[in-house]
Design a protein around this ligand. Structure first.
Ligand SMILES: Cc1cc2nc3c(=O)[nH]c(=O)nc-3n(C[C@H](O)[C@H](O)[C@H](O)COP(=O)(O)OP(=O)(O)OC[C@H]3O[C@@H](n4cnc5c(N)ncnc54)[C@H](O)[C@@H]3O)c2cc1C
Length: 429
């Protein structure tokens, strides 16, 4: 069977009606948003509804970026540093505020989808994280306790003897469940969001790469497809796709490729055994493995970091299938129907960032967890651009956006780090 290299998510009727060609680009705008993912479209929605003349510039086809390609797993995306690391890096007060705000991300996306009447197959089924060693289980237990006491996260530990109720995998030494996490179809969400943005009066312009931005007396001038557009305010929402023309931001993010495979439809009894509660799943490995059932519960989608920044579908399919079989050996005869990938953006302090640099607004650096964060940050960014300080405020405002000396945006060292992580994982270290 030939493996498709487009996302499984794109196979629904309404994807065909996504914005396909650029309407005439206006010469003057109140606001230009660069990047038509969750960040950019959420920003545009807030601005358009406030009556601004807004256009969203998208370099490629609509859905080109990570927002229609991700795992669709929705959670608070607690800081990769852990609670203690957060406190050490940013101080207790900021850290606690970040944690409390993050707990609300899933509620935010759930109520946004409901209020906008966007059907994105959102389901709140919880997330199970499997511990690959007894030490990892103890670490999860400590993490859960700290999260419960600092921000009231809802979750429970699942000892190895009881994990059959959570997973059909025998790889783990128990795990932790976060009850309030959920999953959605990201392409359905993106397409529904685009409709709301267009209904609000903004233009979405696919195949409109912004190649240059210059400051002017009244704001900025943008170059796109040989045209110059005068704009009062600009938001850069390019995350893992941030190019050299946005050098100050590119120096602050590390683009990494993440890839996913989808299996063929599986027998109901097998799905019930492997994923009895239809949760979102992950585990304690450094390489980051994330997997889940498709929204109809018939397939398994399995993702991880790709070892190369380049798009390499067959190498990704091979590596992901191997990882999936380590978790679920029962799938050895199962066919892979889809493999695809996209770019995420890590930051040097493992935290997402929002703010202004050289007069340009930005939101990015979601470190691979951007479904809820980009949606939330996008709306906050819209309020910031409207000078609505209270509505636009977030605990993340307090974080400086660091770079490193000599780093210009090419993470040439990451493939070696990823291979090192993979080696440590193989020893369960
Ligand atoms: C395979 C994969 C799996 C993932 N799984 C999850 C998950 O399960 N849960 C989760 O929370 N997060 C996940 N993520 C991360 C999440 O998808 C991203 O963090 C989020 O979509 C970022 O949204 P964004 O709008 O900031 O950026 P994007 O959606 O990446 O959009 C940026 C856009 O900017 C455009 N652009 C760049 N330069 C220009 C320019 N010069 N002019 C015009 N346009 C430009 C790009 O073409 C791109 O479309 C995953 C990501 C990937 C790739």
């Amino acid at each position: 069977m030939e493996i498709k290299t487009s996302p499984f998510w794109w196979e629904f009727k309404d994807w065909e009606t996504r914005p396909r060609s650029a309407p005439e680009i206006p010469e003057k705008l109140d606001a230009a948003i660069i990047g038509a993912g969750f960040s950019g479209l959420n920003t545009a929605l807030v601005l358009a509804r406030a009556g601004l003349k807004v256009a969203v510039f998208e370099a490629g086809a609509f859905g080109e970026g990570a927002s229609s390609r991700n795992g669709g797993m929705v959670g608070p995306s607690f800081h990769k540093l852990g609670v203690l690391g957060l406190r050490q890096q940013f101080g207790e007060a900021v850290a606690n505020e970040i944690l409390r705000e993050s707990v609300g991300f899933v509620d935010h996306i759930e109520s946004f989808l409901a209020s906008e009447n966007i059907d994105a197959d959102f389901k709140r089924r919880g997330r199970f994280l499997g511990a690959r060693s007894p030490a990892a289980y103890n670490q999860y237990a400590r993490m859960l306790e700290t999260l419960k006491s600092s921000c009231g996260v809802s979750g429970h530990m699942v000892p190895k003897a009881e994990q059959g109720a959570e997973t059909g995998s025998s790889l783990y030494h128990g795990g932790v469940v976060f009850d309030r996490d959920g999953g959605l179809n990201p392409a359905k969400y993106l397409a529904g969001l685009a409709k709301r943005v267009i209904d609000a009066g903004a233009a979405i312009l696919p195949f409109s790469p912004v190649s240059e931005i210059n400051r002017t007396r009244f704001g900025f001038s943008l170059s796109c497809n040989g045209k110059t557009i005068q704009v009062a305010k600009v938001a850069i929402c390019t995350n893992g796709y941030t190019g050299a023309q946005f050098g100050a931001l590119r120096r602050r993010v590390l683009p990494l490729r993440s890839a996913i495979i989808a299996t063929e439809e599986l027998p109901e009894t097998l799905m019930e055994r492997l994923m009895p509660r239809q949760r979102m799943y992950g585990d304690s490995r450094r390489m980051v493995a994330y997997y889940r059932p498709s929204p109809d519960g018939k397939r398994i989608l399995f993702g991880s970091r790709a070892t190369s920044l380049k798009e390499q579908p067959s190498a990704n399919a091979h590596a992901l299938r191997r990882m999936m079989l380590e978790v679920f050996p029962d799938l050895s005869a199962t066919k892979i129907t889809h493999v695809w990938s996209g770019l995420v953006a890590y930051s040097f302090d493992h935290s997402p960032h929002i703010g202004q640099i050289n007069g340009l607004y930005y939101a990015m650096g979601y470190c691979g967890s951007g479904v809820s964060r980009a949606s939330y940050f996008g709306q906050k960014l819209g309020h910031k651009m409207l000078d609505q300080h209270q509505e636009g405020r977030t605990a993340f405002d307090a974080l400086p956006f660091p770079t490193r000396p000599l780093y210009t945006g090419n993470p040439w060292f990451m493939p070696a780090i990823i291979r090192w992580h993979s080696l440590l994982d193989s020893f369960k270290l």
